[in-house]
Design a protein around this ligand. Structure first.
Ligand code: ZN
Length: 284
């Protein structure tokens, strides 16, 4: 059956990261009301991926693939990971899709909370691709970075998952902003990490921009709210300014990967919500 592409979002897991790391230079006094931290100063997040059913192109896309389930008890505790359902394959089945018909996985980048779901353990405990038939689209510059990250960001990568992906022969290295065919194109950025790519999807009710870690939760729509994880925060600032201007003028629907509240908002709606929440003098 052909027709316009259709996009939906699925939450793979709830988790939590240090509130200070998430909000960068913004004081806790300004973010704690909207993001109440737990006793270990972690704020609630979700790992959300999107599915794009693209019958016109005969493709079934995933935009990122969740945290996955390949985590030790220590890691589950550190990041307060609480999975929903058995795994992304089971969540897809629940949503009416055959996980074996996923043709394309667009990885915005390889930080574990976006790409952990690319790997799973087989019955013998061996690490394998969760979607072995799919092409995995990653920026070539990001793959090179992930192979040898700096001491600052090495903790955001699973070296074993990166090695598995590289050895699989299922990688499409993407060079900059590009169309990936069908309903999906990507915009390449570099402030958060070299070769972050944001999917832009032509689908029913869209176009949709998948924000990944340019705007991890809606609060980050404020220009100075930039994560301490970012390698080049001033580049992020300019990338965010430019892309949000474009989103406003083109009426894109924005998708948040980590906000526990709503998955999708127009910029107009999101900005209105932020104004109503209020955040003192540092809020822009
Ligand atoms: Zn990231």
């Amino acid at each position: 059956m052909s027709g316009p592409a259709r996009l939906l979002t699925i939450v793979d897991a709830e988790f939590a990261l240090d509130g200070g790391s998430m909000m960068g230079v913004v004081p806790r006094a300004l973010w704690q009301k909207q993001h109440p931290p737990d006793a270990r100063n972690r704020i609630p997040l979700v790992s959300r991926f999107a599915v794009v059913d693209d019958p016109g192109a005969g493709r079934l896309w995933l935009l990122d693939c969740g945290l996955g389930r390949d985590w030790s008890p220590k890691q589950l505790d550190l990041y307060d990971i609480r999975p929903r359902g058995a795994d992304a394959r089971a969540l897809l089945r629940d949503a009416g899709f055959d996980p074996d018909s996923v043709t394309d996985v667009v990885l915005t980048h390889l930080h574990f909370d976006h790409a952990g779901g690319l790997a799973k353990r087989d019955a013998a405990g061996k690490l394998t691709l969760a979607f072995p038939a799919a092409r995995h689209h990653v920026q070539a510059s990001h793959l090179a970075w992930a192979r040898s990250p700096t001491a600052k960001d090495a903790g955001s990568f699973r070296a074993d998952h990166v090695a598995l992906l590289e050895a699989s022969g299922r990688v499409n290295p993407v060079d900059g902003s590009a169309s990936l065919g069908g309903a999906v194109a990507v915009r390449a950025l570099r402030g958060h990490t070299p070769g972050l790519q944001l999917p832009l999807v032509e689908a029913d009710g869209g176009p949709y921009l998948f924000l990944a870690d340019l705007v991890p939760v809606w609060s980050h729509l404020r220009l100075p709210w930039i994560m301490a994880y970012d390698n080049e925060p001033l580049v992020t600032l300019e990338e965010k300014r430019a892309l949000l201007e474009e989103a406003a003028s083109r009426g894109w629907v924005l998708i948040s990967e980590h906000d526990p509240s709503e998955a999708m908002k127009t910029l107009e709606r999101a900005t209105g919500d932020i104004k109503r929440a209020g955040h003192g003098s540092n809020a822009k």
